[in-house]
Design a protein around this ligand. Sequence first.
Ligand code: SF4
Length: 196
Amino acid sequence: MQVEKPPIITQAIRVRRAREKSEYQPHGVSVESRRGRRYTIRLWSVRHSRLLEWFYDKFSRIFLTLHPFWKAVGYNRAEAPVTFVERRVKGLMFDCRMCGQCILSSTGMSCPMNCPKQLRNGPCGGVRANGNCEVEPDMPCVWVQAWNGATNMRHGEDNIMDVQKPVDQSTRETSAWLRVTANAAAGRDAARKAAQ
Ligand code: SF4
């Protein structure tokens, strides 16, 4: 005779059950309203992480080459239009939350800010047996996806081991593209000066 296994009660289920019942459901942020959402493009990006790694390498070089232009225009003035484009492109491809400190190349092109706990250094202990999130049962865990994406990339398996700093909230809604470019340009100029 087959004995039926008791259902697994996760911490998230306990919290949900203990929550006060109310008519109020915040629009657009509750788990319920996100149920049934499709993650097709996000998952495509993870599956094509190697191609995107190659593309981002070229793209960041072009941005760095344009450093004199950004400087002439003023990074501050370029911020608004570049952020506008970045939000739309990365929003479509990665469900980007504009943290301003992009670590996609260290997370297999899976944005860690989509983790409901916003973990930046690996999964919590609640990943379901099917690889989905314990908080949003229909969503593939971003860290399971991150590992899949990282194993496809040239430097992914090394990069995913980097320990990430906590998010600096002051950079939210700003352009990671410009920040990376300005930092790379400063690093390049310092190296040139040291070599002279
Ligand atoms: S890590 Fe930050 S900048 Fe990069 S895709 Fe995620 S939210 Fe956007």
